[in-house]
Design a binder for this molecule. Structure first.
Ligand code: PHE
Ligand code: NA
Length: 446
């Protein structure tokens, strides 16, 4: 028999670990460039609506399903609906974990490289920041070295175990993240010319929105909250049966949204103050911010701290991605933890190599996109929204909305979910995702 399943040691341990999963590159690197390429404030507004109407009920649902089954995503669907094909939703989640982590750890690697480059002064005043970024991601050896280091750190934490590895590191890392981001926001909004950036970020022009940007907003909402692929099912599976789920879920969604909005305030005012292009794409945070830091006193220190913050946030998200696939192989195939972490982490590292090379060093494309972009497209436009759609149908119609709500409410003290939860999970969430996916994909591929 295998060892008894571990549990979070306290309510705080769960909230910190789940918030650690949520808050990551998605809030800073991805949120800022997706807002920038989708027109700014109108996108932010829609994103916030989606977080409230789809994100929060899905967070409650995933944590509840995981807590009821105490299993990995595949085992959760098998336990709650035995002898049905619903476990395939869990399998899709495990696959999404593989895919997301393979490119996520490449970006985590860039962030580590920037910690090094900034603290050593290589990214100081006078640097060609655009050239520096393109040079890094377009070369062969350097980004793969940092990608390897990032994956090694992730594997190490996962090999050490759920409670000891995850919750302890997050407990120290989250408050540091807050403080550093606040320092950055204050610097950014006080730069001369920052007002135009604040307007871009807060004054909506709804003519900027189309079906494709709505799909991008849904995909970003799932990505940033670690939803639609079983990460929150897995973390919920380590939650004991006495926890207040509506309250916990509210904290995680609230913290993640707060950090993303804060990151926008750190980035956009500075982008405009320096006359840069908010639609620069995936390089936005990596190209614009070092240029900002170079313009302010002690810029190398601010810059180094920022990329350290980004790396740390990325690491606490990466461990939740690896935990999904590791929990699957431990629960379903009874591997020991360290072996599962090493072997699966190794495979993910290998998949990340062509992703990294496709950005300049080698010509690796799928349906006309660099392999890196294809993986990101796959998770944002298909895997996560589809995973969320199917999970909401499962919770609403198969396991039944009332039962999901009662299970979530079992220990609720402050906020009890009402009938509105059933309406959201049965009608609003699945219909909205289906429509946005349909029109968004048609829009992309006419
Ligand atoms: N939520 C993480 C972020 O914003 C990324 C992530 C996605 C983590 C899916 C786990 C699962 O960076
Ligand atoms: Na996030």
């Amino acid at each position: 028999m295998s060892a008894p399943r571990e549990q979070w040691t306290s309510k705080l341990a769960f909230v910190l670990a789940a918030a650690g999963s949520a808050v990551g590159l998605g809030n800073i690197w991805r949120f800022s460039y997706v807002v920038g390429t989708n027109g700014g404030a109108a996108f932010v507004f829609m994103y916030l609506v989606i977080i409230a109407v789809i994100g929060y009920p899905m967070m409650v649902t995933e944590v509840t399903l995981g807590q009821k089954a105490h299993k990995d995503p595949i085992g959760t669907f098998k336990a709650l609906a035995p002898d049905t094909p619903w476990w395939l939703v869990g399998a899709m989640g495990v696959m999404a974990g593989f895919i997301i982590l393979s490119f996520y750890s490449v970006v985590g690697g860039w962030s580590l490289a920037y910690v090094f480059k900034t603290f050593t002064g290589a990214l100081g005043a006078g640097t060609d920041f655009g050239g520096e970024f393109v040079g890094l991601i377009g070369s062969a050896g350097q980004p793969i070295f940092w990608h390897a280091l990032f994956m090694l750190l992730t594997i190490g934490i996962i090999a050490a175990g759920v409670v000891n590895g995850i919750s302890r590191s997050v407990r120290i890392l989250m408050p540091a993240l807050f403080v550093l981001l606040l320092i950055l926001v204050i610097r950014s909004v006080t730069l001369p010319g920052a007002g135009a950036g604040i307007a871009f970020y807060l004054r909506p022009d709804f003519s900027e929105l189309n079906a494709q940007s709505l799909l991008a907003a849904v995909g970003q909402a799932f990505f940033t909250l670690s939803l639609g692929m079983g990460a929150m099912i897995t973390y919920g599976s380590y939650l004991n049966d006495k926890e207040d789920i509506p309250d916990n879920a509210g904290w995680v969604v609230g913290l993640d949204t707060f950090i993303a909005l804060l990151a926008g305030f750190a980035i956009f005012p500075a982008v405009f103050a320096l006359g840069q292009d908010p639609g620069a794409g995936a390089g936005l945070a990596f190209i614009t911010l070092p240029a900002v830091f170079a313009e302010i006193p002690a810029g190398l220190l601010f810059g180094g701290l920022f990329f350290l913050l980004l790396s740390v946030a990325a690491l606490t998200s990466a461990i939740s991605l690896l935990e999904v696939v590791v929990a699957w192989i431990i629960d379903e195939h009874e591997w020991v933890r360290w072996k599962a972490a090493l072997v699966l982490g190794g495979i993910i590292f290998l998949l990340g190599i062509p992703a990294s090379l496709s950005l300049g060093a080698a010509d690796i494309t799928v349906i006309g996109m660099p392999f890196f972009d294809f993986l990101d497209f796959l998770q944002e436009s298909i895997l996560l929204p589809l995973g969320g759609l199917l999970t909401s149908i499962f919770a609403g119609y198969v396991w039944k909305a009332k039962r999901t709500r009662d299970a979530a409410n079992a220990n609720a003290k402050k906020l009890k979910l009402g009938w509105w939860f059933d309406v959201l999970i049965m009608y609003v969430v699945p219909v909205a995702i289906a429509l946005v996916m349909m029109f968004g994909l048609v829009d992309q591929y006419p």
